[in-house]
Every structure is written in structure tokens, then in C-alpha cells.
Design a protein around this ligand. Structure first.
Ligand code: 4FV
Length: 226
């Protein structure tokens, strides 16, 4: 999968995209992520990419011209699914990430300041939000989206986690995890996890996942769990 990220702050991405699972996925060629500095496409002699809002109001708005030229340059050769990260978007959910993980080419547009000129929406196929709060920019949401969808790309999650493993408690919160030592400062790992009876362990984990979800996030307990 190819992901192009349009941003005024490409330097924010290096660390996140090169470390751990995402770094290995890129090295293995399962994921190619490229950032593009929108300011490089400004035709303004001072490389201006934002300006004051018409109608007044606080803050700055990202100008249409640099975004249009950057988007057209990045999508010149290949059909791409173009996403704007914005609080106005549909909330990111696992099923959306699974769908996006099947796309060949994604373009993520990161707004900043008060947002982008509304005419940019003529370039956008889908708006996605990572949550009902306002951030200083769309860069962190873009990183969250890449991390979330990458896990659904076959081969990205090596031995660490398997999607099968994950699927049996899909939609539920995680069950408790333990690792060595079995006794840490007097705190003992539940016996059931130490006797290797896989069916009992699976049943225990599912019960735990349901119990925690019912307590912490009953809204996630769809009708299938009534
Ligand atoms: C956001 C979110 C978000 C709004 C104005 C960037 C900021 C600034 N994006 N989910 N929540 N974006 O807060 O996706 O341009």
C-alpha cells in the first residue's frame, strides 16, 4: 500500500513511521509512506500557505492553491482515495481501518491552524475524525490512522499479534495480559493461564473481555452480546 501525507510539518512523522511495527512494515515493502510539504507548492513569493479568514475571526486558514497543486502533483499518476483528517469527519472505527487497508493508494491531508479553505473539499473523497476534540493539526490524526489501518495489512503484524487472535474478542476491550515472572511482589498470575489448557484459557479471556467491556464501555456491547 502507498500512503502520501500532505502536511505543513513533514518533520513530525519521521520517528513514528520508522519505529517498531510500522518501521518494519515499510522495510518489508508492505507499506510505503511519503510526506509532502504543502508549503513547497505555494506560488507566493514568501511561500505563504495560510492566511486570515474571510469574515474575520481568530487564527489562520490554510490556503487552497498550495493544497490543490500538492494534491494534483501527488495524485497525477495513480487513482487515490483522498482523506481529510478533521473533527467534522466520521469517527475512525476498526471496520473503516479494515476497509482502508484494502486500498492501493491513500492520500491523507493534514489541516492545521483553524483548518483548510472550504473549496479544498472538492478534492476530498472522505473525512475522518479520530475523536471529538480539537487538535492543533491533522498530523497526529494522520499518524493514528496509518497505525490503525497498517495492522490490517496482511503480514504487518508478525508473531507479535495475530489478527485471528484479535478477532475472537473483536469489538470488545482487551482481556488482561501477564508475562514472567508468575509471581511479582506477591502478585500472582491467574492459575488458569499457567496450566496450558487452551480452551479454558480462551474461555477465561473471553469472559474477562466481556466483563471489562460491560463495566467500562457498555456502549460497545452491541446486541450480539446481550
Ligand atoms: C482532528 C480530529 C482535529 C482541527 C483544526 C486540525 C484539527 C486543525 N482531525 N480528528 N479531532 N484537527 O482536531 O481529526 O486544522
Amino acid at each position: 500500500m502507498k500512503i502520501d501525507i500532505l502536511t505543513l510539518f513533514p518533520e513530525m512523522f519521521a520517528g513514528v513511521l520508522s519505529a517498531s511495527i510500522l518501521g518494519r512494515a515499510s522495510a518489508a515493502g508492505l507499506l510505503t509512506v511519503q510526506t509532502h510539504n504543502i508549503r513547497d507548492y505555494s506560488t507566493d513569493k514568501h511561500r505563504k500557505a495560510d492566511d486570515y479568514p474571510f469574515g474575520g475571526g481568530a487564527g489562520l486558514v490554510m490556503m487552497a492553491q498550495p493544497i490543490f497543486d500538492c494534491m494534483e502533483a501527488v495524485t497525477a499518476d495513480a487513482q487515490a482515495h483522498r482523506i481529510l483528517l478533521t473533527p467534522r469527519g466520521r469517527p475512525l472505527r476498526p471496520d473503516m481501518a479494515k476497509r482502508l487497508a484494502r486500498e492501493a493508494h491513500l492520500v491523507l491531508l493534514c489541516g492545521h491552524y483553524e483548518g483548510v479553505d472550504e473549496r479544498v473539499m472538492t478534492l476530498i473523497d472522505e473525512e475522518i475524525s479520530i475523536g471529538d476534540y480539537v487538535l492543533t493539526g491533522g498530523e497526529l490524526p494522520a499518524m493514528v490512522l496509518v497505525d490503525c489501518l497498517a495492522r490490517f495489512i496482511p503480514g504487518v503484524l508478525g508473531g507479535e499479534t495475530s489478527m485471528q487472535e484479535e478477532s475472537f474478542t473483536e469489538g470488545l476491550l482487551e482481556y488482561p495480559q501477564y508475562t514472567r515472572p508468575a509471581n511479582f511482589r506477591g502478585m500472582q498470575v491467574p492459575e488458569i493461564l499457567l496450566n496450558g489448557h487452551h480452551a479454558n484459557i480462551r474461555a477465561w479471556r473471553r469472559r474477562q473481555a466481556e466483563e471489562i467491556t460491560r463495566k467500562v464501555r457498555p456502549d460497545l456491547m452491541g446486541d450480539s452480546y446481550e
